[in-house]
Every structure is written in structure tokens, then in C-alpha cells.
Design a protein around this ligand. Sequence first.
Ligand code: SF4
Ligand code: FES
Length: 243
Amino acid sequence: MSAKKGREITISVLKFNPRSKISKPHFVDYKLEETPGMTLFIALNIIRETLDPDLSFDFVCRAGICGSCGMVVNGKPALACRTLITNYPSGKLQLMPMPAFELIKDLSVNTGKWMDAMSKRVESWIHTQKETDIEKIEQKVEPELAEETFELDRCIECGVCVASCATALMRPDFVGPVGLNRIARFEIDPHDDRTTEDYYELVGDDSGIFGCMSLLACQDHCPKHLPLQSKIAYLRRKLVSLR
Ligand code: SF4
Ligand code: FES
């Protein structure tokens, strides 16, 4: 008995190599058979293995952990490895690279460069004058605070929130939802001695907390479901008092 054939799907990819003098942005359609539980990540690998070895896209973990497979799927930024083909009843998917990041080729963008600049901008490390004595027991933290910090630390730096954000697309110096989330993470961490004034110095302008237009797309698309809007609102309430 022959196995039941899956439906035919069409994946249309915007291909472009900015380093080539002859390359021009153009869509290429790939037709393939859907298999049970197929993710976009699996489909792209089949395309690269059987139809187009030149197709570029990024992945590492295949499990929504490394944050490298972000792309725009039918107009919405998402992780390829967490996108199920079955959720697209038309069987047609159009893929584009995430905007706001440097394009490497096709669907591959340099989120690492952007995230590195953001981390430096928000000084993404614990600031304290206290000496650490490794002989001593660690400083205790209230469980609720530890949990809140851990919740925000789940960010995988995928860049999906940045690609979803109208402000980030309009102004390249915007620190993005991911940057504001990072500030919120250190602000609630009792190990960090920075004051509200210190955070105001870092993000108290339109390229920081006052650039957010509260359109909510960052939270809608964040694959880790981080509470971006409530944390941005919390930060804004704190910093606006210093204006
Ligand atoms: S906040 Fe969410 S969408 Fe933004 S980089 Fe982190 S995990 Fe990705
Ligand atoms: S491959 Fe790691 S998040 Fe998708």
C-alpha cells in the first residue's frame, strides 16, 4: 500500500546577495510536499538539499533556543523552527529577511552585530561597587524577584521583536524592545546598584524608552512570550518622572 501523499506547498523566498555586483532582489518559488509535523525549518532544509544549494538561512538549535532562525513569514516576523506549515491553510508561504538588521544573504541577517551594539549601549552587565567574596555564601534574593529576573532573562536575542517594531524600522538608533527589556531586567535585579538616574542617562530619550509608540507588535510576535509591553510601561513610568 502506497503512503498517502502530503499536499503540495509553495515557499516563495526573497533572494539577494548584497555582496554580489550582479545580484538583484527577486522572489524564487519552491514547490515541495508537506510531511506530517513539518516546520518551516525542515522545509527550508529540504529546499537547500534538493532544490537550491545556494539558498542562505540561519539555524543552530532547531528548538527555539538559539534565536538564529528569525525571518518574515507572510509579513510577520517569526522563528522558522517554531513555524508549523500546517498553520498555513493556503499552503503558500512568502519569506523575507528580517528588516532592521544587516542583510548577509537571502534570509540570513546579522542579528549578532545589532545585539552586540545594543548590549554595549544599555551596559548589559551588573554594575556594583561591592567586592565579591567567593568564600562567602551568595547574597539572598527574594524568590519573587529572582523569578521576575529569570522571566526576562529568557530572551534569546532572536530579533523578532525588533523586526516587528515600527520605531526600530524608522530609526536605526532605537534600542528596541529587546534593549528596553534588558534595562528592565537589571533595574529589578537587586545585585545591580544603578539608580533610575543612571538608566535615564542610558535610555531617557526618543532612541530609548520615549521612542516606543506602544503598538504592541513586539509582544505579539515574541516567541518566548516575554511581557515586553508591561515592562516598557513600567520603565516609562519610572523614567518620565525625571523629565
Ligand atoms: S524579547 Fe522576545 S522577540 Fe525580542 S529578542 Fe528577546 S526573545 Fe526575541
Ligand atoms: S534554530 Fe534556534 S531558534 Fe530556531
